[in-house]
Design a protein around this ligand. Structure first.
Ligand code: ADP
Ligand code: MG
Length: 232
C-alpha cells in the first residue's frame, strides 16, 4: 500500500459495487474512497437506497466489492478467503443491526458470550467478560432474560454488548436506532457515545436520521454512489 495511513483503522479505496440480476444491473457504489481514523465516531448518512448498508457490508467483509480494496490496519482484507475473513470479523469487528438478531432461545448473557465462545475464550472468562459488558450497558439485572423478555431498547443494548465483548477495533452499526421509539433511540445513541468515549474503538453508525447524525463528531454522506463533499 503506497499511501497507507497509519492513523486509519480502515481505508476504502475506489470501492465499486454493481448488483446483477439476470439482464438487470444496478451500480450502487461508484468509487467510494475514505479513511476511518482509529477511534473515530462517524455517522454514515444518505437517502434510503443510497447504498449505506451495501457499503457497511463491504467494510465488514460480509460482501465483496465488484472492484476496489478494503484495507484494515494495512491489510487488504477484501481479498482474503472466507474463513480468514470470518476470523477477522470475530476478532476485529463488531456488528449492530437495526433488528437485534439475538438468538431467542438463549439468555442475554449467553448471547453476549457467543462471539467469545467462537473465538475460543475459556467459558469462565467468557461469562465474566459478558457479564461485565452487560453491566456496562445497564443490564446488570437482565442478564438471565431471553430476548422476548426484554424491551426493544434492552435488546439493542444486549446486541451492542455482544458487538463489543471481543474488544473490536471497529464497530459497524447499521441503523441501530431505526427500530426504536424516539426516547429509546436517544438513549441508545447516548450509550454508543459513552462506550466510544470510554472504550475508544472506532464506530461507524449508519443512519438516515440527520438529527441523530449531527450529534456525532464526523459524518460521511453517500449520494449517487459516491461520498458527497458537503458536511451535514
Ligand atoms: P441503504 O442501506 O442506503 O438503504 P442499500 O445498500 O440497502 O441502501 O441498497 C442500495 C441499492 O442496492 C438499492 O437500490 C437496493 O435495492 C440495491 N440492492 C441492495 N442489495 C441488493 C442485492 N442483494 N441485490 C440486488 N440489489 C440490491
Ligand atoms: Mg440500509
Amino acid at each position: 500500500m503506497s499511501e497507507m495511513n497509519a492513523a486509519a483503522v480502515m481505508e476504502l479505496s475506489d470501492i465499486r459495487k454493481t448488483y446483477r440480476e439476470g439482464k438487470l444491473s444496478t451500480e450502487v457504489l461508484k468509487g467510494v474512497s475514505l479513511s476511518i481514523p482509529k477511534g473515530a465516531l462517524m455517522a454514515l448518512v444518505g437517502a434510503s437506497g443510497s447504498g449505506k448498508s451495501t457499503l457497511l457490508h463491504i467494510m465488514g467483509t460480509l460482501d465483496r466489492p465488484t472492484s476496489g480494496d478494503v484495507i484494515f490496519e494495512g491489510e487488504k482484507v477484501s481479498s482474503w478467503g472466507e474463513s480468514r475473513q470470518a476470523e477477522f470479523r470475530n476478532r476485529k469487528l463488531g456488528f449492530v443491526y437495526q433488528f437485534h438478531h439475538l438468538l431467542r432461545e438463549f439468555t442475554a448473557l449467553e448471547n453476549v458470550m457467543m462471539p467469545e465462545i467462537i473465538s475460543g475464550t475459556p467459558m469462565a472468562e467468557a461469562r465474566e467478560r459478558a457479564a461485565a459488558m452487560l453491566e456496562r450497558v445497564g443490564l446488570k439485572d437482565r442478564m438471565d432474560h431471553r430476548p422476548s423478555e426484554l424491551s426493544g431498547g434492552e435488546r439493542q443494548r444486549t446486541a451492542i454488548a455482544r458487538a463489543l465483548v471481543n474488544s473490536p477495533e471497529l464497530v459497524l452499526a447499521d441503523e441501530p436506532t431505526g427500530n426504536l421509539d424516539f426516547r429509546a433511540a436517544g438513549s441508545v445513541m447516548d450509550l454508543i457515545e459513552e462506550l466510544h468515549e470510554s472504550l475508544g474503538m472506532a464506530f461507524v453508525v449508519v443512519t438516515h436520521d440527520r438529527e441523530l447524525a449531527k450529534r456525532l463528531p464526523s459524518a460521511i454522506t453517500i449520494r449517487d454512489g459516491k461520498v458527497a463533499e458537503e458536511s451535514l
